[in-house]
Design a protein around this ligand. Structure first.
Ligand SMILES: Cc1ncc(COP(=O)(O)O)c(C=O)c1O
Length: 450
């Protein structure tokens, strides 16, 4: 970790007023008169933040937290990385927007981006949210294949607009998914939908795709959309072979594979793309979150042989590829390389996972720990045999650890850990010790230890 983000672990976290403190409560009360629909991250701990620096966040009451969330997998290089902040500030003073005209900074970003991606992924469109990049990917898949149907997976998340949302679970508030979108079970080995065990299952879940294609679709498939590692669903890593086998299914059916790497890209999992863990190159990849380290900049990138189809789906948007966005993304990519952050994230993740595995042996509440790089999860269960999820425990552990100064992310009975990838092992260990304290207390209160 570079000096700019070093912290005194004797002073972080520093809780001087029990959070959410009075100022947080008041700001949140005023904001919530107008703003509705908060995430569970906020609903369960409505603190108001004022400042972020490196791996710490400070609230309006003066409490300083260790950051295990990176916003929501966004500020992976730490809050306000000086190089990224300086790059954005420069263009905020020079040129904020000129539609989709070429600018020197955009040219530099495109060249840099293509140089860090697997060979052949080199048709780029720039957007301003993960969702719009996913939508562009879906449009591109239709434009390339002339087909219109998509397959995606249970509990994947791809965004909140109609088509992106149709690639994921819907509920009655959202209504029906758009026609042509079909979902199938995903390789979630801890809770296999087919009640099989890996590797004896020989990846039956992928074989099931054939049945789904024959029975659900008309055969006019544009392709498969997936998260290489599930983020929102709780840091669920697929077993080896799953992605490779899906790649083969795509080839057999002459359809495209889109990897939605909005959450997993740019070092988060210890590689530039999570797909690299399985040596699999998709036809299309979407990038977001860490790509601009906090500045809203995202991309949809397509393989060379399909690049021409992009002419059919115009790339221009109001904000996509604006000079500030390009500067943020370019600076972030440079930082990842200069500071060897992919390697660091991989090593840090392995270290954290080893601590989590030890922790699991001490706690009946922990059903599974898992992850890759700095994308980790803890699944809490009422009983290790039945694996019944314990949502109440999930909430309690989340809130207790937050009160002790750990800013992080809940997901029902699953706790999500996504520290900035610049974090030191010592800081990570400190964060995990807070998690464990919160688990002890929760187990005691819920009677797990009696
Ligand atoms: C895998 C994935 N795709 C797409 C999105 C949507 O991105 P955004 O919230 O930037 O629109 C998200 C957001 O969490 C995501 O995790």
């Amino acid at each position: 970790m570079k000096n700019w983000a070093e912290i005194d672990l004797n002073r972080v976290p520093e809780i001087i007023v029990e959070p959410p403190g009075p100022k947080s409560v008041e700001y949140h009360r005023r904001a919530s008169r107008y703003m509705k629909g908060y995430s569970s991250q906020v609903r369960l701990f409505p603190v108001a933040f004022e400042k972020g620096q490196g791996i710490t966040l400070t609230d309006v009451d003066g409490n300083t937290y260790l950051d295990f969330s990176s916003g929501i997998y966004v500020t992976s290089l730490g809050h306000c990385h000086p190089k990224v902040s300086e790059a954005v500030a420069k263009y905020a003073r020079t040129l904020m927007n000129c539609h989709d005209f070429t600018t020197p900074i955009k040219t530099s970003l495109l060249e840099k981006l293509v140089s860090v991606l697997p060979e052949g992924l080199n048709g780029v469109q720039l957007y301003d949210s993960g969702t719009t990049a996913v939508e562009a990917g879906l449009r591109a898949m239709r434009a390339v294949t002339g087909n219109f149907e998509f397959i995606s997976f249970y509990r994947d998340f791809h965004g909140k607009t109609m088509a992106a949302a149709s690639c994921a679970g819907v509920d009655k508030t959202q209504g029906m998914r758009a026609p042509g979108f079909f979902l199938v079970p995903r390789a979630y080995c801890y809770r296999c939908a087919f009640r099989l065990s890996y590797p004896e299952c020989e990846l039956h879940c992928v074989d099931f795709l054939e049945l789904a294609i024959n029975n659900l679709t008309t055969g006019r498939l544009a392709g498969i959309v997936l998260e290489p590692i599930q983020g929102w669903a709780g840091s669920i890593v697929p077993p080896d072979g799953w992605l490779q086998k899906i790649r083969q299914v795509c080839a057999q059916h002459r359809m495209l594979l889109m990897a939605d790497e909005v959450l997993t890209c740019m070092g988060r999992t210890g590689k530039m793309l999570a797909m690299e863990h399985w040596n699999t190159v998709p036809d299309i990849v979407t990038l977001g979150k860490s790509f601009g380290n906090g500045f809203p900049v995202t991309a949809m990138v397509i393989a060379e042989q399909y690049k021409d189809a992009l002419e059919k789906i115009s790339a221009s948007t109001s904000y996509g590829g604006n000079p500030m966005a390009c500067a943020a993304a370019l600076a972030s990519l440079e930082v990842i390389e200069e500071e060897n952050l992919c390697e660091h994230a991989a090593a840090l993740g392995e270290y954290m996972l080893s601590l989590l595995k030890e922790m699991q042996t001490r706690h009946p509440l922990i059903g599974e720990v898992r992850g890759k790089g700095c994308l980790l999860g803890i699944e809490l269960v009422k009983d290790r045999k039945t694996k019944e999820p314990d949502e109440q425990a999930g909430q309690m552990v989340y809130q207790k650890a937050f009160k002790k100064g750990l800013a992080w992310v809940p997901a029902g009975h699953i706790l999500r850990l996504s520290p900035p990838i610049i974090m030191s092992k010592q800081a990570a260990a400190k964060g995990l010790s807070i998690v464990e304290e919160a688990i002890w207390e929760t187990e005691k209160e819920l009677g797990y230890l009696s």
